[in-house]
Ligand binder design. Structure first.
Ligand code: COA
Length: 331
């Protein structure tokens, strides 16, 4: 049976760089506080009204297509992971499809927040291995900056997030390389610990003046609970993936954790007993781009040569839902 291989990768972030010092324009915060608690130095923000998530996704996709010497018309389907779609509905997939100019091919939207890329990878992997689709474009794209709470109460969450998009093109191969496994989990007990309550089809009207006054249209987070769960679930699901493939942490050439917070990544690294040279972090430059962190990092390591053919690559993510997962990949 063929395995799902990574034909190509690409990413795109908006031009505008927002430093920790610039955040002091809106919030009582400091570069020292943000760096010490999160490892973030800067992030990219879109120009509101000029760039949507599907625009970032388009540029990431074009970069991946160019790298693979493929045209958009070579794609068989799109899988689009985001928690910040351009609109409540339809999802980002159809807007990206329209911008790519490939009418007719299916576009699937994935709503699994920080684990969205891994959930998307699991579906794409099954489609490729079954022979249903040969060239799958998998995207993780987010625009957080248009949803920032600029009041004092928004500072804990708003300093963490950045905008960006990552793309991978997947297809079958039979030389043993490719996706060895994807393990996924969810536990809705944590749903309200990191969520955006409004607009909500569970209520009428879906968004009210009261919601706006109370700031329910902004994301809200219990940071300590996120932290506490992430440092348990991520090592656990990596070990699950390794065990399923008769591998150990020593076999890992490169581990890319979801870029939520450098302190989370360091705690996960420590629990897995990994050396610094086995782990890649880029949160210092991008902040948390949710579904986009893994494909952005993959493109960086693939292009820089840090990730080489035949290397064992391990991905893991944890986030809102709760949802979490890991992927074990022979690159
Ligand atoms: N700048 C300065 N001070 C801030 C701040 C900011 N941006 N945000 C919060 N603070 C203050 C708090 O008000 C609090 O002040 P107090 O002691 O006077 O009440 C103090 O800093 C400590 O806040 P606390 O929330 O206890 O900090 P923390 O050590 O838990 O760190 C996070 C906060 C958000 C950095 C941390 O909980 C975290 O990273 N959690 C995981 C979040 C995450 O990864 N989310 C994405 C999931 S995919």
């Amino acid at each position: 049976m063929p395995r799902t291989q990574f034909i190509s990768t690409g990413f795109h972030v908006p031009e505008r760089i927002v430093t920790n010092d610039e955040l002091r324009t809106w919030w009582d915060t400091s570069d020292e506080w943000i760096r010490a608690r999160t490892g973030i130095g800067e992030r990219h923000w879109v120009e509101p009204g000029l760039e949507a998530g599907s625009d970032l996704a388009l540029k990431a996709a074009q970069s991946a297509l160019e790298r693979a010497d493929l045209k958009a018309t070579d794609l068989d389907c799109i899988v689009f992971a985001t928690l910040s779609p351009d609109y409540f509905f339809p999802g980002g997939g159809v807007f990206l499809q329209r911008k790519l100019g490939v009418p007719g091919i299916p576009a699937l939207d994935i709503r699994n927040q920080c684990s969205g890329f891994l959930y998307g990878l699991s579906v794409a992997d099954a489609w490729v291995r079954s022979g249903q689709y040969k060239r799958v474009l998998l995207i993780g794209a987010e625009v957080h900056s248009t949803g920032m709470d600029f009041s004092p109460g928004g500072r804990d969450l708003s300093v963490l997030f950045g905008d960006g998009a990552g793309a991978v093109i997947l297809g079958p191969g039979d030389d043993g390389r490719g996706v060895l496994s994807v393990h996924l989990h969810a536990d809705g007990v944590g749903a309200e610990q990191l969520w955006c309550e409004s607009e909500s089809s569970a209520r009428m009207p879906r968004i009210s003046y009261d919601d706006l006054d109370a700031g329910r249209h902004f994301a809200r987070m219990n940071g300590r609970e996120v932290f506490r769960n992430a440092v348990v679930r991520m090592p656990e699901v990596v070990r699950e993936g390794l065990a399923a493939n008769d591998l150990t942490a020593e076999d890992i050439d490169l581990f890319i954790p979801h870029q939520a917070n450098l302190r989370i990544s360091e705690a996960v690294q420590k629990q897995l007993g990994l050396r610094d040279d086995q782990v890649y972090n880029n949160i210092e430059r991008f902040g948390n781009t949710t579904a986009a962190t893994l494909p952005i990092a993959m493109d960086e390591v693939a292009r820089s040569g840090r990730l080489k053919e035949g290397d064992l690559l391990v991905l893991s993510a944890f986030g809102s839902g709760w949802t979490w997962g890991s992927a074990i990949i022979r690159w």
